[in-house]
Design a protein around this ligand. Structure first.
Ligand code: M6R
Length: 612
């Protein structure tokens, strides 16, 4: 999704800060990028020439923008930058942000969607305003310019423009000569970075992490004004809002690649550490009990509804399986379908939003609907200070560390572990067996993940099946979400056709697709009923000549029916999905690497999907 960076710095030289900030936001996914600067060198230069703010923007990768800036003296003491992920109008130089008014005195970057942009555009055009892009965002600089022309000061002009907007927005604007950035937030994240001699603003903390870790999260309806040495936040009526400055734990190093070819591979290898982070201080190995900070006051719910999207939805399916096993009424909903489903809510229903970013619009909307209907809500998220974390009644953090690759990897593993902890905290008898057994299985998991990472044959398996037509993934019970996740990861980064199925569903339709050209990955662990039945399904596809890859712990004889085997250690039923999934992450990664795909920024996708 779109990314925003802004910097107000007295020393000038904001251009490189903006470009580096945009580079830090590349992981969100984008199709064009741009910057606008004012003050300092830019102002002196423009005073002598045409006047106005300097803007540079380009379709394509950030490198195209950098190339366009070679030899240009564009720089300034305040600036804003943007990476755009198209919603209104195709990717192009003209549709890239920042957008300006006709005179080039105002520049604006925007994340979100201005729903009433058509009527505003018609109104402005009737007054003679000429538009230069197809975007919804361009109405904003023109509205600001109109208010300035009527004599409003820059801050008042910005506020007036914002008051005309319907929809969602994180907005940042600069006005020629004002020496400040004006910002507003409604349904799209915006965070301030408080520095020494410079202040920052961004859609996401990694944008400015090399400059400051002191942050202030804006809430919906808040406005901010930043200069080089001051910042303030006000509500919609202009009243000052006291904001807490928080220090984020993530460091700039954590958001680098540390020598790996891709963030995704780095994050796959970070899983042992991420899981230790999730478990730290939450399990008592002596007593065999679980205690999640901040959740002790939460009553055991009679029913749990999960809402989530994509990978997080697969974690929700796993969570629903655990709760169902513990006899608790539960369901996992795709967040985008939750409003339509309108499932009944009782006073004892807990609605749990699982969201790595804490900013996914569909999930936030489902959580808000649930809250609006009186339900208690809990966010299971990786991002401290995210919207989900702030809006829900309760929050549990994954503590997986920053995830930059668009493909969710370490956060999925952490979600599965986090769900075990959450469910034990809420329903201490949920494991139905020995809690000590579960606690010790969770404790051993990081080392077992390391073992899988060290010994995986995933790259060889990819060599064997390179060029196949389609790839299918099947599993049962706790491995059904793993099959879905294996297929999602595979299609997301390889662009090859992949589908995940409940193993038992194959014969109800998908089997028609199975041929010698469609490798089937089957997850089989233990030797219980699910394993036996999945082996039966493996035989069904084998009989149709499909190559079979089993991900197995070797407890059953599944390997006998396989053409290739990806081994995992024999572990607790609840932790086996994490290990099986690591093998499938590596399969997806190696296939995408062999195909030369843009692994960290797959086409058309974004890390944090902030539109519904
Ligand atoms: O930040 P969230 O967990 O709410 O994101 C939800 C999905 O957009 C996300 O899991 C997506 O499916 C992943 N990029 C897949 O790897």
């Amino acid at each position: 999704m779109c990314g925003i960076i802004g910097v107000a710095g007295s020393a000038g030289g904001t251009r490189e800060v903006l470009l580096d900030g945009l580079a830090n936001l590349e992981y969100r996914g984008y199709d064009s990028a741009g910057i606008a600067v004012d003050g300092g060198a830019s102002r002196e230069r423009n005073a002598a020439a045409r006047g106005g703010i300097d803007v540079a923007k380009k379709e394509g990768e950030l490198s195209a923008l950098r190339r366009a800036l070679v030899g240009e003296t564009i720089d300034g003491s305040v600036g804003i930058g943007h990476t755009r992920w198209s919603t209104h109008g195709p990717p192009s130089d003209r549709n890239a942000h920042p957008h300006t008014d006709g005179a080039g005195r105002v520049a604006v970057v925007h994340n979100g969607i201005i729903e009433n942009h058509e009527s505003l555009r018609t109104e402005l055009e009737a007054k003679g305003v000429a538009f230069s892009s197809d975007t919804d965002s361009e109405v904003v600089p023109h509205l600001i310019a109109e208010a300035l022309a009527r004599g409003a000061d820059p801050e008042a002009a910005f506020r007036e423009a914002v008051s005309r907007l319907d929809g969602s927005y994180a907005l940042a604007a600069i006005v020629e000569g004002a020496g400040a950035i004006f910002a507003a937030r409604h349904d799209s994240p915006l965070v301030l970075g408080i520095g020494d001699g410079a202040n920052y603003l961004a859609s996401d903390v990694p944008a400015f992490l090399e400059h400051t870790r002191d942050v202030v999260y804006l809430e919906d309806g808040e406005f901010a004004v930043l200069t080089a040495d001051a910042w303030r936040v006000e509500d919609a009526s202009g009243e000052p809002v006291e904001k807490e400055v928080q220090t984020v734990e993530w460091s700039a190093e954590q958001t680098g690649k540390s020598g790996y070819d891709h963030f995704m591979l780095k994050e796959i290898h970070e899983q042992p550490k991420a899981l230790r982070g999730c478990l730290r201080g939450r399990v008592d190995e002596l007593d065999g009990c679980v205690a999640v900070e901040g959740l002790d006051g939460l009553e055991a719910p009679a029913e749990v509804q999960f809402v989530a999207c994509g990978t997080s939805y697969h974690a929700a399916l796993y969570g629903a399986y655990l709760l169902g096993d513990a006899g608790v009424a539960t369901a996992a909903y795709l967040a985008s379908e939750y409003a339509t489903s309108q499932p009944p809510l009782s006073p004892d229903t807990l609605v749990v939003g699982i969201t790595q970013s804490g900013e996914t619009a569909d999930t936030l909307s489902a959580l808000r609907k649930a809250r609006g209907r009186g339900a208690e809500t809990l966010a299971l998220t990786n991002v401290v200070g995210s919207t989900a974390a702030r809006e829900c009644d309760h929050v549990m953090h994954l503590r997986a560390g920053p995830e930059i690759g668009v493909a969710a990897t370490k956060t999925f593993s952490s979600q599965l572990v986090g769900l075990n902890l959450l469910i034990e905290e809420l329903l201490p008898d949920a494991s139905r067996g020995d809690v000590r057994e579960l606690v010790s299985a969770l404790r051993d998991l990081p080392a077992q993940v390391q073992e899988v990472l060290d010994d995986s044959r995933a790259a060889d398996v990819v060599d064997e099946y390179f060029g196949a037509k389609s790839f299918f993934f099947v599993g049962r019970g706790v491995h059904y979400p793993v099959a879905l996740e294996g297929a999602l990861k595979f299609k997301e980064i390889t662009y090859e056709h992949a589908e995940g199925f409940a193993a038992g569903e194959l014969k109800h339709g998908p089997l028609a697709l199975v041929t010698a050209e469609t490798p089937v990955f089957a997850v089989v662990t233990g030797d219980g009923e699910n394993a036996r039945k999945t082996i039966g399904n493996v035989k069904e596809v084998e009989a149709r000549d499909a190559p079979v890859v089993v991900v197995t712990d070797g407890v059953s004889d599944a390997a006998m029916y396989a053409d290739s085997v990806l081994e995992i250690p024999a572990v607790h039923e609840r932790t086996a999905p994490v290990l099986a999934n690591v093998q499938l992450q590596l399969v997806a990664y190696h296939m995408a690497a062999r195909l030369g795909r843009a692994i960290d920024k797959p086409r058309n996708l974004a890390k944090s999907v902030t539109v519904e």
